[in-house]
Design a protein. Structure first.
Length: 405
């Protein structure tokens, strides 16, 4: 490795939830780690304020964050458990109800603010001598050689690493500069998010109504409000964002079928463009992609960051094994173990979310009747329903050690 470059073992680009979790999973193992992030994480916010960006974390993610020693801090910053989930179809009338008690679990997961998860992970990184944080800094150039990844940063530093990890989100520069193509498409859907007050208590339940224009979810927050994720066509999103509060309230009440009574105060609204995207490769010699840099999925089942945490855990497991058997952590043999562990699982989830999105966007009468009948039938078939619940909770057998009970 050239002497012009600061030398490190693992260099992570992107310190969002997934990149920071992966960095935490690498601590205490004798590796020198560098993390490059363009934006400082938010350090504080007014008491009682809930951010627009929240995620539903499942049990597997909770276990990973517990093992990394940050879960208690996330709970202290505020996390709302949801114990039930009610899903219904606006067109055919089919319904399905998931209850954590049926599986003997205390909850189906937690709704957490993304910034709280990121902050807890950064505090963990800042308390370690193993990691150097380069923030704010971005990428200027990348060169992958046979024995190192060489990076030029925007702050003028040059870093050489045995392994480069791209955790820089769905528009990943690392992926682009490494010449890794993606497959996928834009959904012509945008997700509108906002925090809203409802007359009736959310009952620690995640509510989701499938409308022909896209799903609408009400996720329970700790303060009694709900975080909404409303997927609509791009033009409808513009229209909804442009409405005054009163008109937006009426449209929202109608869209959720009045399930939670009258809607009260509505916080600021924002919209996110949705796409389905999958990297053709997750690894190359000296390089691995994790989280949204590798895959972006429709938020209708709240799986994006849950898949990303499993990537982080699986890559950490592959590196542990390489270390134990004195293999190169940036070599293809090591990195392919990670890719094999995650790619198939992610493809299944991407295909399932895409299938759901298409199935529920279809108003053709026989299809609408069949899918509603299917929902209600699965609701009555306990073994199948429990299989779906276990999978959504991330309780399958084939999961990386950090996510196991
Ligand atoms: C409306 C909506 C609702 C969602 N709800 C859920 C949910 O309920 N549950 C769930 O599991 N998932 C959900 N998701 C998906 C989830 O938000 C993403 O999967 C998750 O944020 C991905 O995390 P990440 O760390 O991989 O990427 P990101 O969150 O995109 O983080 C990437 C980081 O890299 C940094 N970065 C980017 N480029 C560079 C660069 N060149 N140099 C240095 N740093 C860089 C960025 O600043 C950022 O901090 C939702 C998504 C949307 C849009």
């Amino acid at each position: 490795m050239s002497e012009q470059y600061l030398q490190t073992d693992i260099l992570i680009v992107g310190g969002g939830m997934v990149g920071a979790a992966f960095a935490c999973a690498c601590l205490g193992k004798g590796w020198r780690i560098a993390l490059v992030e363009t934006r400082e994480p938010q350090r504080s916010w007014p008491a009682g304020e809930v951010d627009l960006r929240v995620s539903a974390l499942n049990r597997a993610s909770q276990r990973i964050l517990e093992r990394l020693g940050v879960w208690d801090r996330i709970l202290a910053l505020g996390a709302s458990p949801y114990r039930e989930m009610r899903v219904w179809d606006a067109v055919g009338g089919g319904t399905i109800h998931f209850d954590s008690a049926e599986l003997g679990e205390s909850d189906l997961g937690h709704i957490v603010e993304n910034r709280a998860v990121q902050l807890a992970l950064w505090e963990c990184l800042e308390s370690s001598d193993d990691v150097t944080l380069h923030c704010p800094a971005g990428l200027e150039d990348i060169e992958l050689t046979t024995d190192a990844a060489l990076l030029d940063l925007t702050d003028g530093r040059r870093i050489g690493a045995r392994l480069l990890v791209g955790a820089d989100g769905r528009d990943s520069q690392v992926r682009g500069r490494a010449g890794i193509a993606t497959r996928g498409w834009l959904y012509d859907q945008h997700a509108i998010v906002a925090n809203v007050q409802t007359k009736e208590w959310h009952r620690e339940t995640a509510w989701q109504r499938f409308l022909p224009t896209g799903p609408l979810a009400f996720l329970p927050l700790l303060d009694g409000r709900c975080s909404i994720v409303w997927s609509v066509t791009a033009s409808r999103a513009d229209e909804l964002l442009g409405l005054g509060e009163e008109d937006f309230r009426l449209q929202l009440e109608e869209a959720i079928d009045g399930r939670l009574g009258a809607i009260g105060e509505i916080g600021p609204r924002a919209a996110f463009e949705l796409r389905m995207q999958h990297a053709e490769q997750y690894v190359k010699p000296r390089l691995a992609l994790i989280g949204d840099a590798a895959h972006a999925v429709h938020p209708l089942a709240g799986q994006g960051v849950n898949l990303g945490f499993l990537d982080a855990a699986a890559l950490a497991a592959a590196l542990d094994e390489a270390r134990d058997s004195r293999r190169d952590i940036g070599g293809l043999r090591t990195l392919r173990r990670y890719e094999r562990a995650r790619r198939g699982d992610n493809i299944l989830m991407l295909a399932a979310m895409d299938g759901f999105k298409r199935l529920f966007s279809n108003e053709v009468a026989p299809l609408a009747i069949a899918r509603s009948a299917g929902l209600s039938m699965v609701d009555r078939l306990a073994p199948i329903k429990h299989f779906f619940m276990r999978h959504a909770l991330g309780l399958g057998d084939d999961i990386p050690p950090l996510a196991r009970p």
